[in-house]
Each structure stands twice: as structure tokens, then as C-alpha cells.
Design a binder for this molecule. Structure first.
Ligand SMILES: Cc1cc2nc3c(=O)[nH]c(=O)nc-3n(C[C@H](O)[C@H](O)[C@H](O)COP(=O)(O)O)c2cc1C
Length: 198
């Protein structure tokens, strides 16, 4: 396990170290990511499970330096706008909200689109960490502005924007964010697992 996270995060039970080594920094250095490397990480997301194998997820990618990247940054709100522009790439995890279910001929609402796209994002984040990258999910964005920026089709939803990059020097962050630049903790698993019923 890497020394930084292992000094801060202690799992309650044995687990692959990658799960505790994944955390969400805001300080990114200026290392770029090649499109091929980003696609390799999204390959992990592609193989996530989904209800009826509908694969509702859609990934809108933008590399730093591209106009689409700047448009996504512009749609972010609050503090996100201050740091996310230093990421190597931004990925909008969107999803189709309707699907043609097995045996049906017409699209119907898919109430599981967000759950399934969450599984895809988690796979992406873990694969990224394994390859030396850090990711940071964001729900802080202007939904209308981002929808317009990525030309979100009807019957689609935006779930989150994810920043990816190499972790940078916290000193580059504004003071208020610098003090938060540390891996967070979790409540004990015993407070989360319920045996048989609530
Ligand atoms: C869907 C989602 C939305 C989030 N939105 C934001 C956000 O808008 N801004 C931010 O700084 N962090 C955001 N986060 C990061 C969480 O605060 C962070 O994942 C959580 O505190 C756990 O910390 P860790 O990822 O470092 O383990 C978001 C995370 C997720 C999964």
C-alpha cells in the first residue's frame, strides 16, 4: 500500500489496497493523459454490469487544452471551477434514461440508469488508481449549462463530471481547499452492514 494513504486509512477487514488508495484530490499537476490511456481506463467502465446488459452509460471525454474541456470547466459551480481546470481530462458520466427492454419493441424508462452508470464510474476510478491516476467525481455543476455544452440528447441525464490527473502539490490550491487535501475516513463497516433486516 502506498505510504501516504496507509498512514491515514486503515480498513476494518482485509481488502485489496487499491480500494483504500483511491481518494479524490483537488490538486493535480500538469501531466497530460493520452487519449489511448484514457480509453483504456474507460474500457474498465465498459465492462461494468448493468440491468439486462443495457449499458445505459455514455462517456463524454475532453482532454485539457481542447475547447470542450474549457466548456465543461465553465459549467462547474463553486470551488470546482477553481481546481478542476488543472485535471488532465474531464469525463461527463451521462446515461440514457430509457431503454428497449428484452422482449419489448419500444423504449421505456430505465429506473436503473444511474445505478448502472455509478458502477461504471467506480470501475473507472479503480482502474485509474491501479494505473497511477487519481480521479475526483463532481456533482457541482450547472445542469443546463453542462447539458448545452455537451449537447445532451433528450432522454439522457448527466450523473457526474469526473476529473482525472496525476496528484499535484496541495500548495497550488487556495487555502480553504488545501486543508481538505487529505484522504477521508469511513464510518465502521459494522454501522453499515445489517444482518437480515434493518
Ligand atoms: C457523485 C459524486 C459527486 C461529488 N461531487 C463533488 C463536488 O461537486 N465537488 C467536490 O469537490 N467533490 C465532490 N465529490 C467528492 C466526494 O466529496 C468524495 O468522493 C468523498 O468525500 C469521499 O472522499 P474520497 O473520494 O477522497 O474517498 C463527489 C463525489 C461523488 C461520487
Amino acid at each position: 500500500m502506498n505510504a501516504f494513504t496507509s498512514s491515514i486509512r486503515n480498513p476494518d477487514h482485509p481488502v485489496d489496497p487499491v480500494f483504500v488508495e483511491r481518494w479524490s484530490p483537488r490538486a493535480f499537476d500538469n501531466t497530460p493523459i493520452a487519449e489511448a490511456d484514457l480509453l483504456s481506463l474507460l474500457e474498465a467502465a465498459r465492462w461494468a454490469p448493468s440491468a439486462a446488459n443495457i449499458q445505459p452509460w455514455r462517456f463524454v471525454i475532453a482532454l485539457r487544452g481542447e475547447p470542450a474541456f474549457d466548456r465543461i470547466v465553465e459549467s462547474l459551480s463553486g470551488n470546482n471551477k477553481l481546481w478542476a481546470g488543472n485535471a488532465a481530462a474531464l469525463i461527463v458520466f451521462a446515461s440514457a434514461t430509457t431503454a428497449v427492454w428484452p422482449g419489448a419493441s419500444e423504449p421505456a424508462p430505465n429506473g436503473l440508469h444511474a445505478f448502472d452508470t455509478g458502477a461504471a464510474w467506480a470501475s473507472f476510478a479503480i482502474q485509474a488508481r491501479k494505473e497511477g491516476w487519481h480521479t475526483h467525481g463532481m456533482a457541482g455543476f450547472d445542469r443546463d449549462a453542462l447539458g448545452a455544452a455537451i449537447r445532451l440528447p433528450a432522454d439522457h441525464a448527466i450523473n457526474a463530471v469526473v476529473a482525472i490527473g496525476k496528484v499535484g502539490d496541495p500548495a497550488t490550491l487556495p487555502e480553504a481547499l488545501r486543508v481538505r487535501e487529505v484522504p477521508s475516513q469511513r464510518r465502521p463497516l459494522s454501522e453499515t452492514v445489517l444482518r437480515g433486516s434493518f
